[in-house]
Design a protein around this ligand. Structure first.
Ligand SMILES: Cc1cc2nc3c(=O)[nH]c(=O)nc-3n(C[C@H](O)[C@H](O)[C@H](O)COP(=O)(O)OP(=O)(O)OC[C@H]3O[C@@H](n4cnc5c(N)ncnc54)[C@H](O)[C@@H]3O)c2cc1C
Length: 390
């Protein structure tokens, strides 16, 4: 029985553990997940906006999210443990991308790509937009794109816990410890060292360490271009209801969506202020400085909002091209990477988990070919350009 040690027990590590132990026929694996913090205080999976969209510009991201929504819709049955049926609160009000004149052509190009993959999406003129969402200001909008199904949000922490509980029920062992190094013999790893002095023997190691993955790669002498990039999320209340409100991506780059009876919103700081591994402190000044004014310009009812809370988490940003990095690196025969999801890792965790499990089990992808997001593109300097990055 091959021994697999997964470093990082967030949504990605837990999904891989689940898929590796799901099938009772064929090869069996002894799977240990090393997770330093069982409360997931800093894990992106617990601090996420937990949304899923199909409106990407690349085929691979669309395919991964199509599988993601299918998995989420059936998760209650798939990840049930006995009588315990997990509930992640999935709702599908869609994503609404707003484009100015300058962005309209890109929206049309993306739309063509999405339609080619049977994504349920519609382009709206400003008049159609206003008719559908009377509470929105169409000032400066040339075109909008609305997801009609397969897009929405859910509870990310519950998703992580559902994978984890199911994996444990299938025999996966979670060890609360900090991985501190890798034991290596030639081209292969033979173990994972822990902070308590123990070394877990391993035939296969998986790097699922989220924003901290570059350190794990470094232990194997591999340069992984992934860094933690802080993202602040603000919650706010608004006296006026916005019927049918989807997740809106404004031309300013600010996104917002309902969260229960309230709303949440966020933004990406400009590149020169987007430092690597900044402390997880909320950028409160951004809310009054430009988020609130921009929100109120797009939705006049937001003049009267009140901020009710905020948090900060890390995007595990792939600095090379802002997309996942999956699979082996040519310098090591048994270290698998599942990193760099750059803000779309929760929705991709079912596809990534299944794919990495297939790669370990069969040496190749069987259901969905994830090779477009392999290490090769980085080593060959072929960035995968995703135009719809939030
Ligand atoms: C504000 C925000 C909004 C987001 N919105 C979305 C969204 O709408 N949709 C979407 O799909 N994605 C979104 N994401 C991204 C998504 O949350 C992540 O891509 C995903 O959660 C990554 O999962 P992970 O398991 O790789 O990382 P994590 O959840 O961070 O898990 C990694 C784990 O590894 C552990 N670890 C690290 N190093 C070690 C070590 N040496 N030893 C032991 N344990 C270790 C950590 O403790 C952590 O628990 C968002 C992220 C943020 C921060």
């Amino acid at each position: 029985m091959r021994r697999v040690v997964i470093v990082g027990g967030g949504a990605i590590g837990s999904a891989i553990a689940y898929f590796l132990t799901r099938d009772s026929d064929g090869e069996r694996f002894e799977v240990v997940v090393v997770e330093r913090d069982f409360s997931y205080g800093q894990a992106s999976s617990a601090l996420s906006a937990s949304s899923i969209r199909q409106q990407f510009s690349t085929a691979i991201n669309i395919r991964m999210s199509l599988y993601g929504i299918d998995f989420l819709r059936h998760l209650g049955q798939t990840l049930r443990v006995g009588d315990e049926v997990p509930e992640i609160g999935l709702v599908e009000p869609g994503y609404l991308y707003l484009a100015s004149q300058a962005g309209a052509d890109v929206l049309r190009e993306n739309h063509a790509m999405q339609k080619a993959h049977a994504v349920h999406v519609a382009l709206l003129t400003p008049d159609e937009l206003k008719a559908r969402f009377p509470w929105i200001s169409t000032e400066g909008i040339a075109l909008a794109s609305l997801g009609l199904s397969g897009e929405g949000w859910y509870d990310g922490y519950s998703l992580l816990q559902a994978f984890r509980r199911k994996a444990v029920s299938q025999g996966v062992r979670y060890v609360q410890a900090q991985a501190t190094g890798l034991r290596r013999d030639g081209r292969s790893l033979t173990g994972v060292q822990l902070d308590d002095g123990e070394t877990l023997d391993a035939d296969v190691v998986v790097n699922a360490a989220g924003a901290w993955a570059a350190k794990v790669a470094q232990w194997a002498g591999i340069d992984l271009p992934v860094r933690g990039r802080r993202r602040s999320v603000f919650s706010f209340s608004c006296p006026q209801a916005l019927p049918g409100c989807p997740l809106v991506i404004d031309t300013s780059g600010i996104w917002l969506r309902p969260e229960g009876r309230q709303f949440i919103c966020g933004f990406a700081p400009p590149e020169d202020r987007d430092h690597d591994d900044a402390p997880l402190e909320v950028e409160y000044e951004a809310f009054d400085g430009f988020i609130w004014p921009a929100l109120a310009e797009r939705v006049p009812a937001f003049e009267a909002i009140r901020m009710t809370g905020a948090w900060a988490g890390y995007y595990e940003m792939n600095l090379f091209d802002h997309n996942a990095i999956l699979g082996l690196h040519p310098d090591c025969d048994n270290l698998y990477f599942a990193n760099g999801f750059s803000g779309h890792g929760l929705q991709q965790c079912p596809a990534a988990g299944r794919g990495i499990a297939e790669l370990i089990r069969f040496g190749e992808y069987c259901s969905l070919d994830l090779s477009p997001v392999s290490f090769a593109r980085i080593l060959e300097n072929r960035p995968l350009l995703e135009k719809n990055v939030i």
